[in-house]
Design a binder for this molecule. Structure first.
Ligand code: UDP
Ligand code: MN
Length: 359
């Protein structure tokens, strides 16, 4: 058989075409797996599956992934030591996530690194009913201490938009008020936060910020809270439980609840008053917790500490990439301990009977 050179070229092109097509089909198949259940397969029964992640919200809408830690040339700072450092506290978890304590990081170095990324940090805060009274102190102290010189967008969720105080914000900082329904049960206000944050991320925040912190309003900042707090998934160790053994943690202990944690499990007891991370991570967290809160409600069970219980369950199986020490969530009712060198953020003492809609 004799082929003309045209026919030879045609056959060659056909073969190249088939190879490219096969390559594409192969790539799409694995890419699909990467976007789906693949990275959750190590989780046990926590239902973070393809349906929980990004079905209504495509991955592409999130602005950023965790970036490389780039330090500018000729930035001078103290040499890090391999041998000397804090020895009175543990600054790393068994899965090698840092636990942020004063003295374990260089504040100027971390701020410089993150400032060059030109990021925006969303901060959600709920002020429903009489809790609007906490807003002024919260915002005024945040302007003094919270991610100073960064782009910060506060999202205030309230049923009383007219009572949101006007606070002078520094350059690069912005505040949105989002109206939400009131309630005559504080448990419901507290528990619905997950759903409301999830919805706000979908509708607005995902387009406006890179990182997010979700904070309690009944608190004040007292000292620097900087870029050392930023990470993929960030949780804070509860100030009342960091010296306790896990069987004393106030996890939800009834197997009937989706927040259930057995007595012999648990890493730390995390506070519900502070969680954060990349928008995409916090979106998944709020979505899973919201679904579990709703499943419990359908089964007429309310976890011991509402969303805090669900948060703890989520974080037990979806390990945070960075933990903030109790410096970042103290309580004015608690005497300072020697390992806490600085109190950065602390809950104020409040009269529950006066401030909450029910007791
Ligand atoms: N919250 C609110 N109105 C209420 C009850 C709670 O806005 O009537 C919000 C508020 O942001 C508050 C958070 O839910 O900081 C958690 O409730 P709270 O601080 O009372 O719980 P605690 O920290 O005392 O456990
Ligand atoms: Mn609180």
């Amino acid at each position: 058989m004799h082929f003309s050179s045209n026919a030879k070229q045609f056959v060659l092109l056909l073969i190249v075409g088939i190879v490219l097509l096969l390559g594409y089909v192969h790539y799409s198949f694995f890419n699909e797996r990467l976007n789906g259940v693949w990275f959750d397969s190590s989780n046990r029964d926590i239902p973070v599956d393809k349906d929980q992640r990004n079905t209504s919200l495509s991955k592409s809408i999130f602005r950023s992934r965790e970036q490389n830690i780039i330090s500018p040339e000729r930035l001078l700072y103290k040499q890090p030591s391999v041998l000397a450092g804090r020895t009175d506290v543990v600054a790393v978890t068994p899965w090698l996530a840092p636990i942020v304590w004063d003295g374990t990081f260089d504040p100027d170095l971390v701020d410089t690194i993150y400032k060059s990324m030109n990021i925006t940090i969303a901060t959600t805060v709920f002020a429903v009913g009489k809790y609007v009274l906490f807003l002024r102190d919260f915002l005024e102290t945040a302007e003094k201490h919270f991610l100073v010189d960064f782009n910060v967008r506060y999202y205030v969720f309230t049923d009383r938009p007219d009572d949101v105080p006007s606070v002078n914000l520094s350059q690069g900082r912005h505040l949105s008020v989002i109206q939400v329904p009131g309630s005559n049960r504080w448990q419901e206000i507290s528990a619905r936060r997950m759903e409301i944050i999830q919805t706000a991320i979908e509708r607005q925040i995902s387009r406006e910020a890179d990182y997010i912190f979700c904070l309690d309003v009944d608190s004040k900042f007292h000292a620097r809270w900087g870029a050392e707090s930023l990470g993929r998934l960030v949780a804070v160790i509860h100030p009342w439980f960091y010296q306790a053994t896990r069987d004393h943690f106030t996890y939800e202990r009834r197997p009937a609840s989706t927040a259930y944690i057995p007595m012999d499990e648990g890493d730390y007891y995390y506070a519900g008053a502070v969680f954060g991370g990349l928008l995409e991570e916090v979106y998944t967290l709020t979505k899973v917790c919201r679904n579990q809160l709703e499943e419990d409600a359908r089964n007429s069970i309310e976890a011991a500490w509402q969303e805090e219980s669900h948060l703890n369950r989520y974080l037990l199986y979806n390990k945070p990439s960075k933990l903030l020490s109790p410096e970042y969530q103290w309580d004015d009712k608690k005497t300072k301990t020697k390992e806490v060198k600085v109190i950065r953020f602390s809950s104020v003492v409040k009269n529950y009977a006066e401030i909450r809609p029910n007791v």
